[in-house]
Write a protein that binds this ligand. Structure first.
Ligand SMILES: [Zn+2]
Ligand SMILES: [Zn+2]
Length: 362
């Protein structure tokens, strides 16, 4: 079966004909129908994150179960499924507590010494990104990486609920638990930010202020439900928020989707008393953030891995919300491409052109 394999990082994906193993007892073989191009794969493609060996990239996808292992009862051949990028083991301390996105992921890959699920034409091992490897006609995964979905949902729409949508919507509904009538600021209006805005609409927020430096992204934010927009090119977002919400001291909840010093700082300084900042942009290093009044005003800062979702319960729910017109997915897809154009698809993302491209398999 055809797959997009990365042989060195940084590098380009190569389309290779791979051998795929039969399912082990708890494994599921899936024919992939659609797979999204997510920014986080760029860490391998153009930022040189070390590779342990040739690897199939891609981690958000949907498809049809073809074959299941002897111990699998959750799905059967013919079921439509989406994948969850951070599969869960069901037995570590986090899973037992229901925090599946925090799972230590001990048992979703094959054990050391066992043959890899995929092999190159010469018989040597080929790895799967996140034990998944979605840029391929087929994949073989642990059963805990799939969630069953209704069979009437188009695969391209289903594919994108497995990564960006839960990160944004889940942060609002699960991590921050935004209450009806609350005020919200969303800082950074790319894919994650737009999904925070959708989450805030679902939560019944009274005001949703979108903050970005790009007018095009702010216009899209408005179409996703932002009630107000601030272009922060001049760095005066705090002042302008004061004009929008006079006398309030700021917003009840802020969401940050970029992982930069300035935006982390803004997420904390836009809060009113009792406010919560949820930081989603992945950052490293040391940031300086003004903490005046933070403790005595009962403010909080938190992270939210993968929107803290319970994936087998919530991903199908998101697709039902889509079917009911309550969640926008059509608008999140900007391009549909064949597997052969995957490098061009990623080049467009690198240039910052595209909301989401999806690979469609015939
Ligand atoms: Zn992703
Ligand atoms: Zn676990």
């Amino acid at each position: 079966m055809k797959a997009a394999v990365l042989f060195e990082s940084p590098g380009k994906l190569q389309i290779v004909d791979l051998h795929i193993d039969d399912p082990g007892p708890r494994e599921v073989k899936v024919r992939i129908a659609a797979a999204g191009l997510c920014h986080s794969d760029l860490h391998y493609l153009d930022r040189g994150r070390p590779l342990a060996g040739p690897m199939v990239l891609g981690h958000e996808a949907a498809g049809v179960v073809e074959e299941v292992g002897s111990a699998v009862s959750y799905v059967q051949p013919g079921d439509h499924v989406v994948f969850f990028v951070v599969g869960y083991c069901d037995s570590c301390e986090w899973c037992v507590a229901g925090n599946f996105a925090m799972c230590d992921r001990k048992f979703v890959g094959r054990k050391r010494g066992e043959p890899t699920r995929l092999r190159l034409p010469d018989g040597s091992p080929c790895l799967q990104l996140s034990d998944l490897g979605a840029f391929a006609e087929q994949t073989l995964v642990h059963e805990n990486l799939v969630a069953r979905i209704p069979s009437d949902i188009p695969f391209d729409r289903a594919a994108i609920v497995s990564c960006g949508v839960p990160t944004g919507v889940g942060a609002v509904l699960n991590a921050a638990r935004v209450r009806s009538g609350a005020t919200v600021a969303v800082i950074g209006c790319g894919g994650i930010g737009l999904n925070c805005i959708q989450g805030a609409v679902l939560a019944g927020a009274s005001r949703i202020v979108a903050i970005d430096i790009n007018d095009g992204k702010l216009a899209t934010a408005r179409s996703f439900g932002a009630t107000d927009t601030i272009n922060n090119s001049a760095g005066d977002a705090l002042e302008r928020l004061g004009d929008l919400l006079p006398g309030t001291g700021g917003v009840d909840y802020s969401f940050e989707a970029l992982g930069l010093q300035q935006t982390y700082e803004l997420a904390c300084t836009v809060l009113r008393k009792g406010g919560t900042a949820t930081l989603l942009g992945v950052a490293s290093g040391t940031f300086q953030i003004p903490m005046d009044g933070f403790a005595v005003q009962g403010k909080r800062i938190q992270g939210s891995p993968m929107g803290s979702v319970h994936f087998r319960r919530e991903l199908p729910h998101y697709l039902e919300l889509y079917r009911n017109g309550q969640l926008k997915l059509d608008e999140l897809i900007s391009n549909r491409i064949p597997l052969e154009q995957i490098n061009e698809g990623y080049a467009a993302i690198s240039d910052g052109n595209v909301a989401r491209s999806v690979v469609i398999f015939d």
